[in-house]
Design a protein around this ligand. Structure first.
Ligand SMILES: [Fe+2]
Length: 501
């Protein structure tokens, strides 16, 4: 975007929230903050550290544990079986030889501590999964991120930090008062970095959640937790978006602005930990994720509008209720997934290419100056649409293709992978009955000239409790390879591509 001006100081960032979410959903009233209103169940399970391959290739050992038939079928919503595993997978099909690098996927993969079960998808402790592609071979590994919240939970066998919808129970009144103080200071907020993982322009790989303290540097090769990512600026604040835009030259993210309702757009350059900030005002709408945005120009090259696309949930926050684990586990096969679409904002800019920006005003339908509408008929992707990626070379530019999780009804959760053509306004869909695919990540072929020349990688939790890595052709959207995991993995959220050095 051409018109945002950044400054390094002067804007105060919000006080703590009682909970934060993927949670950092873009709603204006902020009324979705987590409440512990869920029912409680118990079971007895433990984590073990086994099957760690010291040298590659490793053979895949059989799973160490038996799990119940019901849990097996619900593997997408069941805690990861082991703390870590690494080994080579058997590939069916053919992985392109040009595909060299590592796909990292982060997500909440452990939903219990001792006998206590968490209740919401977003509460789980972070599980980082690694798919390393080289010479047509595929090495997989997963590992829990060693956040303070995770280590404390393991040590004390109970919840010690405030998660999305969970809060530690105080032992007595004095402890309750102490907890309140810790909430307002941010000390009790979690650093459980379970939402995203990004590779910064300087090569550092950082796992993120919506708390500032939940920014954790990891080693993409070993999945070791290396330490906290500490910001060196004076912006302060306790929460931010876990969905930054990251390129080789910048890092852009959002912070809540409670002084002027809306968001602060924050920029950070590679090699630094220092953020700069500008301000944007937003209207009432609901999305977890933006897809892309670019400037629309007339035939003389003047900027006439900003186009911004997002996975839009019709200003309806009920999706958060649907993501309670109990609902995900009990409503399989029922058609209860709320509708979603590619929401396209068009913000006229009256032909001024780079005006002064302090604040963008983004009007909605019904106003004379801007509109929000579906970029294509939502039936093309089953009225389900979220967890998206594009060709990174088209970030901030006019683009044609988006890859996302869509829906084949009836379903209670996105159950397809969809390739959306925003020019032709059609979608191609991949579907495997009973499976839960995670965010499709597009990796362009080196030297490609076509936008969709590359592959799409996803991880699938299937109906039998098993799972596999899936590679689709970015153009035809046909499967070209898959590799079965030693056991099914829980559903994950966001990922990134780390090219081979
Ligand atoms: Fe997200």
């Amino acid at each position: 975007m051409a018109s945002l001006a950044f400054s390094t100081t002067g804007t105060r960032i919000s006080p703590p929230y009682t909970a934060v979410s993927d949670k950092f959903m873009h709603v204006r009233d902020g009324s979705f903050c987590g409440k512990s209103v869920f029912s409680k169940k118990h079971s007895t399970r433990d984590l073990t550290i086994t099957n760690v391959a010291s040298k590659l290739p490793a053979t895949i050992p059989p799973p160490e544990k038996k799990i119940s038939t019901s849990d097996r079928k619900l593997v997408a919503w069941t805690s990861i079986r082991q703390e870590r595993w690494e080994g080579e997978l058997v590939v069916e099909g053919e992985i392109p030889l040009w595909l060299k690098g590592t796909y990292l996927r982060n997500g909440p993969g452990l939903w219990h501590i001792g006998d206590y079960n968490f209740r919401h998808l977003f509460d789980g402790y972070a599980t980082l999964v690694r798919l390393h592609f080289e010479n047509g071979r595929l090495i997989m590994g997963h590992r829990q991120i060693e956040s303070e919240a995770y280590k404390a939970a393991k040590k004390h066998n109970r919840l010690c930090y405030r998660e999305f919808s969970e809060a530690p129970k105080p032992d007595n009144f004095l402890a309750y008062i102490g907890d309140l103080a810790n909430l307002f200071s941010g000390a009790s907020l979690t650093d459980n970095a379970n939402t995203g993982v990004v590779r910064l322009g300087d090569g550092r790989v950082v796992c993120l959640t919506e708390t500032i303290k939940g920014s954790i540097v990891v080693d993409p090769d070993t999945l070791d937790t290396l330490g906290k990512f500490e910001y060196s600026d004076t912006l302060g604040g306790l929460i931010h978006s876990a969905h930054p835009i990251v390129t080789d030259t910048e890092f852009l993210t959002l912070l809540p602005d409670l002084v002027s309702p809306g968001y602060l757009v924050v920029r950070m350059e590679p090699g630094t930990n220092k953020r700069k900030v500008a301000s944007v005002e937003v209207p009432l709408y609901v999305t977890f994720h933006f897809i892309n945005a670019y400037e629309e120009k007339d035939e003389d090259g003047r900027v006439t509008a900003v186009i911004a696309d997002c996975c839009e949930h019709h200003a309806d926050t009920t999706i958060l209720e649907k993501l309670r684990l109990q609902n995900l586990r009990s409503s399989a096969g029922k058609d209860v997934l709320p509708d979603a679409r590619v929401g396209r904002f068009r913000i006229p800019l009256d032909g001024t290419p780079t005006g002064k920006v302090g604040r963008f005003r983004i009007p909605l339908d019904g106003t004379p100056t801007g509109k929000l509408e579906a970029a294509l008929n939502p039936d093309e992707h089953g009225k389900g649409m979220d967890m998206c990626s594009i060709n990174p070379a088209f970030l901030g530019k006019k683009y044609r293709y988006a890859y996302a999780c869509g829906a084949q009804r009836p379903c209670n959760f996105p159950n397809t992978l969809t390739k959306i053509d925003l020019f032709e306004k059609v979608a191609k869909n991949w579907f495997d009955e009973g499976s839960v695919p995670s965010e499709p990540l597009f990796v362009p072929r080196p030297g490609a000239t076509e936008e969709d020349d590359g592959v799409v990688i996803s991880m699938i939790s299937d109906k039998n409790g098993e799972g596999y890595a899936l590679v689709l052709d970015g153009s035809t959207f046909e499967e070209i390879a898959r590799a079965k995991f030693p056991y099914g993995l829980p559903y994950g959220l966001h990922g990134c591509w780390v090219p081979k050095k």
